[in-house]
Design a protein. Structure first.
Length: 201
């Protein structure tokens, strides 16, 4: 398998964390691809020019982290990360994944806006993204994930890790002590510890 990614993407981190949890990460070739430059190889895998994008052993190109993670859940022999179809556990895990993906979407967009020149309209967009993250953190404080390595808990850990990585000056732990305690323990899992983002420059 070939995974187009950038190491600082929280969505690419989520995919790799799932691959590690499934013990299939050695089967994945990592290809760095700047989505802003739209390299031809990435466009061939994802015409949206977004990462992550996965090309399977059969040549099937998949994109969007929930789709890729569900595909990875079909590879290997480890216990599934997606609970049984129709179960309450599955709906809860998918809800947590959606909440975490929303945090990552808003945080990535906010970071992009902050790198541009200041203007009133842009400040309003930044504030909207920040508020969305804060509301979702409040949701997660009241609905802390479990300790199981499933798609919900992995997604939430990657979202919180991205906030630490890109918004360290805005600590979230004090206002969310239950979530902070969960993250401190969950971050020790190999799938999370091995995928901590680091900026190249």
């Amino acid at each position: 398998m070939k995974l187009f990614q950038v190491p600082t993407s929280p969505f690419a981190r989520k995919v790799m964390a799932c691959a590690i949890a499934r013990e299939i990460d050695a089967q994945i070739e990592l290809v760095q691809a700047d989505p802003h430059a739209s390299p031809p190889a990435l466009l061939a895998a994802n015409p949206l020019s977004k990462v992550p994008a996965l090309v399977t052993e059969d040549g099937l190109a998949l994109f969007d982290s929930p789709v890729i993670c569900e595909y990875l859940d079909s590879v290997g022999e480890m216990l599934p990360m997606f609970p049984r179809a129709g179960s309450a556990a599955r709906w809860h895990a998918l809800k947590l994944q959606a909440a975490a993906d929303g945090i990552m979407d808003a945080a990535v967009a906010r970071r992009g806006e902050q790198r541009l020149p200041r203007e009133t309209a842009r400040d309003a967009v930044i504030a909207r993204h920040k508020a969305a993250v804060e509301r979702t953190l409040a949701l997660l404080e009241g609905e802390v994930p479990g300790r199981a390595l499933d798609i919900g808990s992995i997604s939430v850990a990657c979202a919180l890790g991205y906030l630490d990585f890109r918004f360290a000056a805005e600590p979230w732990r004090e206002a969310h002590p239950r979530l902070a305690a969960w993250f401190a323990a969950f971050a020790e899992a190999s799938a999370i510890a091995r995928t901590v983002p680091r900026d190249a420059g």
